[in-house]
Design a binder for this molecule. Structure first.
Ligand code: FAD
Ligand code: SF4
Length: 519
């Protein structure tokens, strides 16, 4: 899409693929001196190997955004992946546009990724025209607000940040200090095991034919993995569809969201989860409108939606999401190389195929390859849990999570993976590692009854691998973990175990770690 051919402009404005904020002040008025540009470039398709649905969803959403700008009278130059003029890197394309259109000023929106932030800051230093950076007008906090809020304190607890956000934005509050219902946290009422008699509404999906986009991606030779039904593409790729997903969640799924947010079911990949993360992360929706609309729905139907459900949802958006962004900006670039447990193993090959005999991992990985989606507990307590227990290097784990999920952008993926899931930051995000034996997985899911491994056995060839790996993890990391008051119970149990039992468990775990590809 080139509404700009042969014309001169004063200002070039860059819109990155995750900056599709239809409500941004840039777009409120048409200025004929301004040229907007969006770019499909190999630099972005290739910095990690992505799931094919992720690439299609980004390209389609960018195309729809460029079309919307164009229809609203803005001047747009959308560089497509196979455009002969495409230099395939951000800097080279910007140089080309600046010289072609006689640009006098370059403007961009503050990127959320450290990598892109550095690149654009460095790029601007090479220019002899003026430059200006604008806020994304998306988040409810600034990049540095978390650090400012915690001051000199050593611990950055999400719960403290969440309460600060509730008070600051006056969300679910009774007066200035008191939380609605007298409690900040209703977790105890949430996170139940699944009630099999409860019908689960089908997720809201779309039916786009994006075969043309897939063809262009393949023609360009972009490497990718996973599967996509490009003639029946399900993800929201416009503002209208993003709003539809948000409203569908509020009406149909919110009543049970919190209660079953930790449940895992073979027959329902997303249960009562919103599937809103892609639309939110590329900014087609704002966090403020997401929580305001959910709160309005709750207020209209207090008999159907309890306070614990709405509180559970608000916590994810204004708590975890904003908190993770704050952690990212507080600790980058060092965060990206933290490896508290000095883990060094390679990720098993079946993370890329789903072909493992461990039923829980077979299901959640196959689902991820087929849909580019897994809900939080699948990411944390199945794949993440296994990777941590089996000592996979966090770089390998990051690469997998950043590539496979449709919502994966480094500012949110990295603190979730390296921090919350792998405890590679030594306890900045989580106060203890999220690991479990088969007990927890069996309690929260229907995977174990059809598994080749036996969930109640700890050793022997049929024993569930999670069991010995769990104990081995705590034994080998005793020096790093035993003083943590939140895991005192585990070490008390270990003290009661005889040396023979411990060494049998460790031998089994060593065998598993040496044969990860065969599990
Ligand atoms: P819901 O369960 O319906 O939750 C609603 C929204 O709350 C989500 O869309 C998301 O925006 C927000 N949210 C919930 N939990 C978190 C969290 N821990 N951090 C940030 N936001 C949260 N989320 C991403 O958006 N991108 C990622 O790359 C990503 N990687 C993850 C990796 C690991 C190892 C783990 C454990 C979690 C990761 N998450 C990531 C967080 C969470 O799993 C996803 O946001 C969620 O599964 C998206 O599905 P949903 O929209 O149905 O979420
Ligand atoms: Fe997963 Fe173990 Fe249960 Fe099998 S028995 S599904 S490997 S937790």
């Amino acid at each position: 899409m080139k509404s700009s051919e042969g014309k001169k402009f004063k200002i070039l404005r860059l819109i990155l693929g995750d900056q599709l904020n239809y409500q941004h002040s840039w777009f409120q008025n048409v200025d004929n001196d301004v040229l907007y540009t969006l770019m499909e470039i190999r630099q972005e398709t290739d910095y990690v190997r992505h799931h094919i649905q992720k690439i299609i969803a980004f390209f389609a959403s960018m195309y729809n955004f460029a079309s919307w700008l164009y229809k609203n009278g803005h001047q747009v130059h959308h560089i497509m992946i196979n455009d002969p003029e495409n230099r395939q890197s951000l800097d080279a394309n910007l140089n080309f546009l600046i010289s072609k259109h006689g640009i006098e000023k370059f403007e961009y929106i503050l990127p959320d990724e450290y990598r892109m932030n550095q690149q654009l800051a460095d790029y601007c230093k090479t220019l002899c025209i003026s430059t200006q950076v604008f806020d994304s007008e998306h988040f409810m906090t600034t990049r540095s607000e978390l650090v400012e809020m915690f001051g000199d304190r050593k611990q950055f607890l999400m719960e403290s940040f969440y309460r600060y956000m509730r008070k600051k934005h006056h969300i679910l509050m009774e007066g200035a200090e008191l939380p609605a219902g007298g409690k900040w946290n209703f977790d105890a009422e949430n996170r139940s095991t699944f009630n099999k008699d409860l019908p689960i509404p089908e997720p809201l999906v779309f039916h786009h034919d994006y075969s043309q986009i897939l063809e262009e991606i393949n023609k360009a030779g972009v490497d990718h993995f996973g599967v996509a039904n490009a003639v029946d593409f399900p993800w929201p790729t416009s503002r209208k569809e993003a709003l539809a997903v948000m409203n569908y969640f509020n009406r149909k799924l919110l009543p049970w969201f919190g209660k079953f947010q930790d449940a895992m079911l073979t027959t329902s990949p997303s249960l009562f989860h919103s599937r809103i993360s892609f639309a939110l992360n590329i900014k087609m929706l704002s966090p403020t409108e997401v929580i305001e609309s959910a709160i309005t729905t709750w207020q209209e139907q207090p008999d159907l939606i309890s306070l614990s459900q709405i509180e559970g949802y608000v916590r994810q958006i204004i708590g975890w999401r904003e908190y993770m962004r704050g952690i990212y900006w507080a600790f980058m670039p060092d965060y990206k190389s933290l490896n508290y447990f000095s883990s060094f193993n390679k990720i098993p090959d079946w993370f890329w195929t789903g072909k493992t005999k461990m039923n829980c991992l077979h299901h959640s990985i196959t689902q991820s390859l087929e849909t580019a989606y897994a809900h939080h507990i699948q990411r944390l307590m199945l794949t993440g849990n296994f990777a941590l227990l089996s000592g996979i290097h966090p770089d390998e784990v990051d690469k997998w999570y950043l590539g496979i999920y449709i919502d994966a952008l480094e500012w949110v993926q990295l603190p979730n993976t390296r921090g919350m899931s792998q405890f590679a930051d030594g306890g900045v995000v989580g106060s203890k590692p999220y690991v479990s034996t088969a007990n927890y997985i069996n309690k929260m899911s229907d995977y174990c009854s059809k598994c080749r491994y036996k969930r109640s056995e700890r050793t022997g060839p049929d024993a569930c691998p999670f069991n010995s790996l769990y104990w081995d993890f705590y034994i080998r990391n005793e020096a790093l973990l035993s003083r943590n008051p939140r895991i005192g119970m585990v070490y008390n149990q270990l003290k009661k175990m005889g040396d023979t039992e411990k060494s049998v468990l460790q031998n089994r775990a060593d065998y598993l770690k040496n044969h990860l590809n065969d599990l």
